[in-house]
Structures are given as structure tokens and as C-alpha cells.
Design a protein around this ligand. Structure first.
Ligand code: ZN
Length: 284
């Protein structure tokens, strides 16, 4: 089983509404995947308040109910206590233990994983990737199309890296597929959806979702043709309710397509089930 895991930040499931840009006119592929290949799962994890990125993502990639462990939903970058939970055990470490080839496809604009360690603020996925540094893609990888920029098209880095050519979303999908073909597990994280959700700018959210959907549509075609498994989920709702600046308590979609998709969809009820279910699918 070769898995492409798309983590998309801040996308919840909500009925159609004038302020919900997650609709078939804006992002037809994402909406089709949600309608035909997903189950809504819980991101609140039995803890009051709005779900947040640090604890939500840590739960997604460890299987530990992190809001419960921390006593609340924690925003942004993980605290030392939360980092400890991620470093103790996580999806990458477990896959590595099984001898599987794992890649975090988002490019870090550094020369080596060592440079990343020095960063003061590290996201959940950075903390996880540093526990298995061979998974990390650097600036060199991006230059050789062995990584994908977090904004997909590389437009946001043109001022600093004019030598790295801009790519279409379709071309970026081709690059990601090239990586995924060589690996057992490939992760790609996209957080512009959450950023645009916080902006309250409906037009901006639509533009972000439209570009992502072009990438997704090309990627799904490659994945289906090659018989890979696609898994996609989010850490909390946000962009699906543009009249609210903060996150939402809506369920998030858990999408699974391809081999073991039914097995995965049946098992995953909340963010805490994502890692254990993926590992169970590999162990079958
Ligand atoms: Zn957010």
C-alpha cells in the first residue's frame, strides 16, 4: 500500500451556504471527494472551546487525544509539553519502525535538516519530521522537483528565490506524484486554506480553494491510474464558515480513496483514529 496523505488545514464539513466557499463551483474535485469518498469525523475530541492547530495536528499524527492531555485546545506552534508527546511517538516513527519509506513532501528552504532544528517556532509536522530527518525535503529537493512548495505554485517565494521557477498546480501535482511513487507514505501539508479562512475575505478563500482544486484534480487522476491510496483530512473547521473569523466546531472530512479506503473510512471517527487506523492498514 502506497499512501499519499494530504493534510489540508482548516476545512470543515458544513451544509451549503452563501458564506461557504467549499462548494462545487469553486472546488469541484474536493467536493466530489467529500461527497463520494469521505466520512465526517470529530475534531473537538471531547474538549470544550474551538479546536486549534497544535493539538489537532498533534492528535492527527500521534493518535493521542492531545486536547485532553493538555487540558485545552492549543493554537499555533506546539509547546514544549506537546512537543514531548509528538517526539515520543508519531506516525513517521511508527512507519519507519516498519521499514517503510516515508517522505514529507513540503520543501523547507534550508540546506539541511540540521538548519531546521535551530528554528525557534516549529509546527507539529516539523517536530514530527525532525524525529525522522531523512523524511525532510530541502531547497535542493525543490530545485530538482523532488518537493512541493507549501503554496503549491511557488509564487510566494519568488522575491527570495527568483531562480526557482513558478509551476502550475498541475505540474506541482506531477511532482508530488513522482515522490509518492517512490515511497510507501508521502505527506503534503497545505495551510493556506486556514490562513484565508481567518482573513474573512471570501474572494481570497475561493482563489485558494480553486488553485488547490486544480492541484488535487490532477493528483487524483495520477493516484487512481497508479492504484495508490489517497487519504485526506483537516485539523479543524474554518474556511467553510467565512462569516466567523475563528475556527469552527464542525466535523472535518476524512477522505480515503483507493486500496484500503473502505477499511480506513470505517475505522476513523475522530482525529485520534487517523494514525492508528493508517498503521493498522499497513499491518494488514
Ligand atoms: Zn487557524
Amino acid at each position: 500500500m502506497k499512501v499519499v496523505f494530504l493534510f489540508i488545514d482548516g476545512v470543515g464539513v458544513r451544509e451549503p451556504s452563501a458564506d461557504n466557499p467549499v462548494n462545487p463551483e469553486v472546488c469541484p474535485t474536493l467536493c466530489r471527494l467529500i461527497a463520494e469518498h469521505s466520512v465526517p469525523i470529530d475534531a473537538c475530541l471531547g474538549v470544550e472551546g474551538l479546536p486549534q492547530s497544535a493539538t489537532g495536528q498533534a492528535t492527527m499524527f500521534t493518535g493521542v487525544n492531545c486536547p485532553k492531555a493538555m487540558g485545552r485546545h492549543c493554537e499555533g506552534f506546539p509547546s514544549p509539553a506537546l512537543r514531548e508527546i509528538i517526539e515520543a511517538n508519531n506516525l513517521f516513527l511508527q512507519l519507519k519502525k516498519r521499514g517503510l519509506a516515508v517522505r514529507f513532501a513540503d520543501a523547507y528552504l534550508v540546506d539541511s535538516p540540521e538548519d531546521l532544528k535551530a528554528r525557534r517556532f516549529k509546527s507539529v509536522t516539523t517536530v514530527m519530521a525532525l524525529t525522522a530527518p531523512e523524511t525532510i525535503a530541502t531547497a535542493e529537493d525543490l530545485l530538482h522537483d523532488r518537493a512541493v512548495m507549501q503554496d503549491i505554485t511557488r509564487e510566494t517565494i519568488q522575491d527570495r528565490y527568483p531562480d526557482v521557477p513558478v509551476v502550475t498546480p498541475q505540474r506541482a501535482a506531477e511532482h508530488l506524484f513522482g515522490i509518492a511513487r517512490e515511497c510507501d507514505f508521502t505527506l503534503f501539508e497545505f495551510f493556506q486554506t486556514d490562513v484565508s479562512g481567518h482573513s474573512l475575505d471570501y474572494t481570497r478563500a475561493c482563489a485558494v480553494l480553486r488553485a488547490y482544486d486544480q492541484f488535487l484534480s490532477a493528483l487524483v487522476r495520477y493516484i487512481e491510474a497508479a492504484g495508490l491510496t489517497l487519504v485526506m483530512t483537516s485539523d479543524h473547521g474554518n474556511v467553510e464558515a467565512m462569516l466567523e473569523r475563528g475556527h469552527t466546531r464542525n466535523p472535518v472530512p476524512f477522505i480515503a480513496l483507493g486500496p484500503k479506503a473502505a477499511f480506513l473510512r470505517e475505522r476513523v471517527k475522530s482525529l485520534a483514529d487517523v494514525t492508528p487506523s493508517l498503521l493498522a492498514a499497513y499491518d494488514m
